[in-house]
Write a protein that binds this ligand. Structure first.
Ligand code: AR6
Length: 174
């Protein structure tokens, strides 16, 4: 089946989905931005499980439970730091989306929410990043999925949503 793509503006930690993706750092031990929000909302058991994972490389993704989050699972991925664009940033960001969806399939998630990985503290330009996010997710979805039924792009601002919306050519964001 081909998953449906949708767009949402708001806090990813509030979403009642099977899995949310975290824009983490390679330690997986927490930080600011969406990572900080996810750890705060999930509670201290999350960092305890993360310690057992021994970090994660840029472009890869690892799974934990969601603990106190409405989401059952958290898929932690490490986006690239933007360094001008000539340092594998595009390939690494695409890999984050592919690997996150691969983990989601492995755990049987039907609904997956994705933040704008690397677009905050890591400085990736939103227009470029949204293109990569949408094209990579569309490519994965076009190949069909066994479990995933819906992939939700979650933006934290209306401005970011507008960028995604144009790319997705949606008329109304859900
Ligand atoms: N829900 C949805 N999106 C959010 C939320 C939220 N609660 N909070 C922020 N965003 P960032 P990065 C958006 O900085 O750039 C951490 O310290 C935000 O507006 O969270 O990948 C990690 O530990 C932006 O569009 O992640 C790493 O050290 C997007 O999420 C580093 O930051 C990503 O911004 C990772 O930086």
């Amino acid at each position: 089946m081909k998953p449906k793509l949708s767009l949402h503006t708001g806090d990813i930690t509030k979403l009642q989905v099977d899995a949310i993706v975290n824009a983490a750092n390679s330690s997986l031990l927490g930080g600011g931005g969406v990572d900080g929000a996810i750890h705060r909302a999930a509670g201290p058991e999350l960092v305890q499980e993360c310690r057992l994972l021994h970090g994660c490389q840029t472009g890869q993704a690892k799974v934990t439970k969601g603990y106190r989050l409405p989401a059952q699972f958290v898929i932690h991925t490490v986006g690239p730091v933007w360094r001008g664009g000539a340092n594998q940033e595009t390939a690494l960001l695409a890999s984050c989306y592919r690997e996150s969806l691969a983990r989601a399939e492995e755990i049987g998630a039907k609904t997956v929410a994705l933040p704008a990985i690397s677009c905050g503290i890591y400085g990736f330009p939103i227009e470029k990043a949204a293109q990569i996010a949408v094209s990579t997710v569309e490519e994965v979805c076009a190949a069909g999925a066994n479990h995933i039924e819906e992939v939700i792009f979650v933006c934290f601002s209306e401005a970011d949503t507008a960028v995604y919306q144009q790319i997705l050519q949606l008329t109304d964001a859900s």
